[in-house]
Design a protein around this ligand. Structure first.
Ligand code: TMP
Length: 226
């Protein structure tokens, strides 16, 4: 793949506000004339969204951690082949709400699969492809979980099965997750920037734009939330 665009990922535990930041970032870049698209994982293409639908719902039940990592990576392969790589080749920027660091954190650290296994599957699925820039949103999991459950209550209704499978995994799981993400940020320090997710929305948005300006030379005016 000859990559011309830039691949930016936003990562972190639950309730960090990163989905809001994906939208703001996209709006700011579009206004600055950058041809960028927003996407998410698991999902991002029709086939990958099908995989998402059965893994992250509350009633999905229990999967062996390796099975779960393989499902996440299968969705990722569809996403890469069908959307991420063709878009980057065309010169578009791709902003993704989660990518492979989520598998490293959730399945690798949270579910205890370990990084070596994930590295092997990732190499098969993506080769040596990596994001150019990753924002790791960090928050105390107790605060994040409360924010996330509140958000889910707003977006779901009583008859619908909800996407809260990971929110229900308990605090020790979410503590491992936070430590995992911080470890990942240290390990991939050239591409990862840790964001204090307790700050207000506009402050975080400005930090993202400043980082992008410093690394790429592309300057964008901040977009307004709401
Ligand atoms: P979302 O809540 O940010 O939309 O993400 C969906 C859930 O899927 C979230 O709880 C994290 C989880 N997830 C994994 O466990 N492994 C992965 O590789 C990805 C991309 C997401």
């Amino acid at each position: 793949m000859s990559k011309k665009g830039l691949f930016i990922t936003l990562e972190g535990g639950e309730g960090t506000g990163k989905s809001t930041q994906v939208k703001l970032l996209h709006a700011a870049l579009a206004a600055a004339g950058v041809d960028a698209l927003m996407t998410r994982e698991p999902g991002g293409t029709p086939q990958a969204e099908r995989i998402r639908n059965f893994i992250i719902q509350r009633d999905a039940g229990h999967f062996d951690p390796l099975t779960e990592a393989l499902l996440m990576m299968s969705a990722r392969r569809e996403h890469l082949v069908d959307k991420i790589w063709p878009s980057l080749e065309k010169g578009q920027w791709v902003i993704s709400d989660r990518f492979a660091d989520s598998t490293r954190a959730f399945q690798g650290y949270g579910m205890g699969l370990g990084q070596e296994t994930i590295d092997k599957i990732y190499a098969l699925v993506a080769g040596d492809f990596q994001p150019d820039l990753t924002f790791v949103f960090d928050i105390d999991p107790e605060v994040g979980l409360k924010r996330s459950m509140k958000q889910l209550a707003v977006t779901s209704n009583a008859t619908e099965s909800t996407e809260d499978r990971y929110e229900r995994m308990g605090l020790p799981f979410h503590r491992r997750l936070r430590d995992g993400f911080l470890e990942i940020a240290r390990h991939f320090k050239n591409r990862c920037v840790i964001i204090d997710a307790t700050q207000d929305i506009q402050t975080i948005h400005r930090q993202l734009l400043q980082t992008i300006a410093a690394r790429t030379g592309v300057t964008a005016k901040e977009a307004q939330h709401g």
